[in-house]
Design a protein. Structure first.
Length: 131
């Protein structure tokens, strides 16, 4: 189910987002899976469903971090994008402490230099700075 949902995810620009969501939800109903939660979070974020996107991305992050620490697995290939998106969506929703937490976790993992990193560092130093 995960593989079918993932295939539909990569065809989302051709109107397959709803099919991807259906298959990915079926996948996590059978067995919670970090990657499926990640894709669900991205799809819901792209549909401007911030709270739902955050829920799925937080689930993905928790499972991925648990697998890293408890099982010694390498970081998931998508974790950097998930952390960045979590910060972005939390900021849009006005949840600055959660945005700060997500983006601090993103920065610690050493994203590549560029406009995205510069903007996040600026937000962490200004808008998201603890008061």
């Amino acid at each position: 189910l995960l593989m079918v949902g993932t295939a539909f995810y990569y065809q989302k620009d051709t109107g397959q987002a709803a099919n991807a969501i259906r298959w990915l939800k079926d996948s996590v109903a059978i067995k919670p899976n970090a990657e499926a939660y990640y894709f669900l979070g991205i799809l819901h974020g792209e549909a401007n469903q911030g709270p739902t996107a955050v829920d799925y991305l937080e689930r993905a992050k928790k499972i991925a971090f648990d697998e890293e620490t408890k099982l010694g697995k390498p970081p998931a290939w998508w974790i950097m994008d998930a952390l960045y998106k979590l910060g972005e969506i939390h900021k849009q929703l006005g949840n600055y402490p959660a945005a700060r937490e997500a983006w601090n976790a993103w920065v610690v993992r050493k994203p590549p230099a560029g406009a995205k990193l510069t903007a996040v560092l600026n937000d962490l130093a200004t808008t998201l700075k603890p008061r």
